[in-house]
Design a protein around this ligand. Sequence first.
Ligand SMILES: Cc1ncc(COP(=O)(O)O)c(C=O)c1O
Length: 397
Amino acid sequence: MGISKRIMDMKFSEIRKLIPFANEAKEKGIKVYHLNIGQPDVKTPEEFFEAVNNYKGETLKYENSQGMMELIESIVKYYKEINIDFNKEDIYITNGASEGILFALMTICDFGDEIIVPEPYYTNYNNIARLAGVSIKSFMTFREDGFHLRSKEEIVSLIGDNTKAMLITNPGNPTGVVYSKEEIRLLSDIAKEKDLYIIADEVYREFVYDGLEYTSFMHMEDISDRVILIDSMSKRYSACGARIGMMCCKNKEISNEFLKLCQSRLSVSTLDQAGAANLINVNKEYFLKVNKEYEKRRDILYEGLCNIPGVSCEKPSGAFYIIAELPVENSDDFAKWLLTDYNYKNKTVMITPAAGFYATEGLGKNQVRLSYCIKGEDIADAVIILKNGLEEYNKIR
Ligand SMILES: Cc1ncc(COP(=O)(O)O)c(C=O)c1O
């Protein structure tokens, strides 16, 4: 009997660890505003449900391991519209981007290999990397730079004999950074010079604000055989529960081997794939509307935070998160206190302590990640609660 070292080395989700306290607050009748999780409140397009309801099969069979062909074809079409040229055989449907990242790491890395990631980074990468037996080496990016890249030398200095890939999230979670074309070029050059893969996590591609141009790693044609593109329906179509992601790669060596992993878990949910395949028919207006809505929410949150004494943050350009520095020593304690000991007019806020997004011990202790996935008026109310909460916490702590 016993528990594996592998599982003991993994951690419970930093994003979800305060949920029991939020549930207790709700049981006491307190309204909790969720600024803690990237769960969009925008309605999933009707097209998804229509296709699920119209599913004609009499038996819910396994789909093929690569994925449902109608879905794959719709994804090829989607990419063509954004000037990315994938063929059907380049695309593998996964259980969310999460499984895509795990399978990508398992396909290109051996136990003990390393990947390079800009810090702070999406905290689930830690567990996914541990599952694959891969170590993360991170280079720092800073709030005052808007989390943009500082220098090529620093990134290159981390690359060793066991480094297999750079894992790059663009737009960034938790940072909200959108890398410029020059930054994507710089990372592409490093990949070429040092013979690395790029695992490009582009699940927030549609969430770019201020009229910024988005550059995908797949727009760098000279490295297209090095790019493993990870994508998802979760955020794009507000369909997190569908668990439909994809791994797209023009390098046949990778995709042929990737199939072994897809076969080992047989297939992804047939009904969810049927629903997702119809999302290609969503009117393009949807993206414009959703994008505008998130830009508005970002502005409400950012401006609200700027008006709280002692809080500092940079205006993010993409995704739906802000990293904010709070006038507290321990944001973990503050986040818990907001749920267990505080309410303002019977309402409180759930926030995510940022330390879990940093690999470097001690960093992020006075920072939190706030998401702006809830309605603008609720965000405005949540900011007032946060402001009052900070005042009260600092009086008593
Ligand atoms: C950067 C990033 N990658 C991947 C994922 C996982 O997405 P999926 O729901 O497709 O598994 C998330 C979810 O929040 C994310 O923020």
